[in-house]
Design a protein around this ligand. Structure first.
Ligand code: HEC
Ligand code: HEC
Length: 152
């Protein structure tokens, strides 16, 4: 190997070494932390505290217009599967009057192509995909979000 070639090889090696240092350094920089906390990929995250359900209450105020309303009552043991949908036993148009629950809105009868169906759209069948009960918990990430005027 002549000396020029040897210099080229050493140069490239130095380059790769430097790249390695830079990439490991930037992964730890900036104080970026996942909500899971700082844990190795192969170790378990610490368990979050389980929050207790809220007592049943009046509907919880919405924060933005398109928000699926939060569930203001306990949903423990409410099954939703192929055979039964406990939510609909109170919230459907057949049952809401008797149970005093809010009836599901018309949007829940519309499929993804905008066609109106005679029954709840399959895309809206699993209610808890969108509707969740809420605890009075601190936000996970600090933020300055404020509801729109119309909802304040
Ligand atoms: C035993 C009857 C019953 C069952 C079962 C039930 N709910 Fe309710 N739900 C109610 C009543 C009553 C209210 C309160 C209505 C009010 O006070 O205006 C309510 C309120 C709600 C609201 C708030 C509506 C609003 O306008 O803010 C949501 C969302 C909701 N329920 C979702 C669910 C989901 C999802 C399930 C199934 C996991 C479910 N409910 C099962 C009776 C029921
Ligand atoms: C894909 C998300 C999604 C699913 C699944 C879903 N909802 Fe909703 N729901 C919403 C959104 C968004 C709103 C508010 C806007 C609207 O009325 O469409 C809403 C509104 C409601 C309301 C309030 C209606 C009103 O007039 O104020 C009730 C009650 C409700 N849903 C019950 C249910 C029940 C019961 C199920 C299961 C059968 C269900 N939802 C499934 C997204 C969803």
């Amino acid at each position: 190997m002549n000396s020029f070639a040897r210099w080229m090889v050493m140069g490239w090696m130095a380059c790769f070494a430097l790249l390695g240092v830079v990439s490991t350094a930037s992964a730890n920089e900036g104080g970026v932390q996942s909500l899971r906390g700082v844990h190795g990929l192969d170790s378990n995250a610490s368990e979050p505290d389980f929050k207790k359900w809220n007592e049943d209450q009046k509907p919880i105020k919405r924060d933005y217009l398109q928000q699926p309303p939060l569930i203001p009552h306990s949903v423990e043991q409410y099954r939703i599967n192929l055979r039964q949908n406990r939510c609909l036993s109170c919230h459907s148009w057949e049952t809401y009057k008797q149970s005093g629950a809010t009836k599901i809105s018309l949007t829940h009868f519309r499929d993804r192509y905008g066609s109106e169906l005679a029954d709840v759209s399959p895309g809206r069948y699993f209610c808890t995909q969108c509707h969740v009960p809420q605890r009075n918990a601190q936000p996970l990430v600090e933020n300055t979000f404020k509801p729109v005027d119309a909802l304040r």
